[in-house]
Design a binder for this molecule. Sequence first.
Ligand SMILES: *[C@@H]1O[C@H](CO)[C@@H](O)[C@H](O)[C@H]1NC(C)=O
Length: 311
Amino acid sequence: MRTIPALHSPLKPPLCLCLLLVIFILGCHGVGEFSFNDNKSKPVSNNNADWMARLNDNMLLSDVLIPGTHDTMALHGGPLAKCQAWKLEDQLKAGVRYLDLRVFNFFSSDAGKLFIVHGIIYQHKRFEDVVNKVNDFLKQHPQETVLMRVKPEHFKKGKVNDLLDDYMNKKKISVWVNKEIPKMNQVRGKIVFLQKEPFTLGIPLTSTDQQNDYVVKKIEDKKNKIKDHINEAAEGRCSEKVYLIYSSGTGKCKNFKTPKTIAREINPWLTQHLDKIPSEEHKCVGVIAMDFPGEELISRIINLNFIGNQN
Ligand SMILES: *[C@@H]1O[C@H](CO)[C@@H](O)[C@H](O)[C@H]1NC(C)=O
C-alpha cells in the first residue's frame, strides 16, 4: 500500500527508466527461472565446482546438504525415460555430488563393463565410463567428494557388490566402502559408496520416499510430500546414515506428466521452499536428488550449508 503514493509522484526520467528496467528484468527472470534446466548445451559456471572446499574438515558427511541427481545418467530414451539434460561432467561442475546409477549386469564378470540403464533402456555408458569421469573430476577438484549410489537392476543383483569391490581394488580407485560416516577430511578426493539393499558397500542410505511416491498425479501433492520428507529427515538421526529426498517424479500415461514437466514446476517451487526452512533444521536433510536441476536450485542447496552454524 505504501508504494502507491510513490507511483503517483513525478519521477525523474532516469529513475523511471531504471524502475522499468527492473520490472522488466524481474518479469522475464522471476525467482526460480534458473532452477530448471533441460538444455544440454547450457554452459555451466565454475561457481560451484569446488564448493566442498569451504566445508569444515571435521564435519560429518551426513551433516552436509548435498545436491544430487535422480537417475543421473538417464539422458536418453524419450520423454518418459529422460531425467537429466547435462552430461555427467557438467552436473559435477554445477555442484552435483550425489550420483544415482542403475546398473545392469548382463552376465558380465567385469564390473567395469556393467551397463548403465534406466528401466530397460541402455544409457550408452558403462560403469567404467562413469568412474573414469568422476575420477578425472576429483583429480582436478581434490577437495570434493562424490557420493555414489549403485542400484543393481534386473538379473544377478547380488553379484554386483563383489564385482564392484574387485573392480575398485584392481583399478586402485579411492572409494569409501565402510559403514561408518566419515568426516569431510577422510573422503576428500574420493568416491563414497552408499548402500541400500541389495547393494551393501558404503554408508547406509535411508530414503524418505515410500513406495510409489515417485508417481505424481497432482503437483500440489508432490510438493506436500517433499515438504514432509524434508521435515522427516530434519528430525532424523543422521549420525549413522544419510537421508535421501527425491524431488523427482513421473506421471502415469493417463495424465501426460513426465519427469521433465514435473521438474519444470517443482524445481522453482523447491528453490523458494528451501529458503523458508530455518537454518537449524537443515541438519540431517542429506541428499536431495533432482531431475533437470538448474544452477540456481543447486546453488540454493549448497548455500544452505554456509548459513547459520552448521558445524
Ligand atoms: C541452449 O543453450 C545454448 C547455449 O547457451 C543456446 O545457444 C541455445 O539456444 C539453447 N537452446 C535452447 C533451446 O534454449
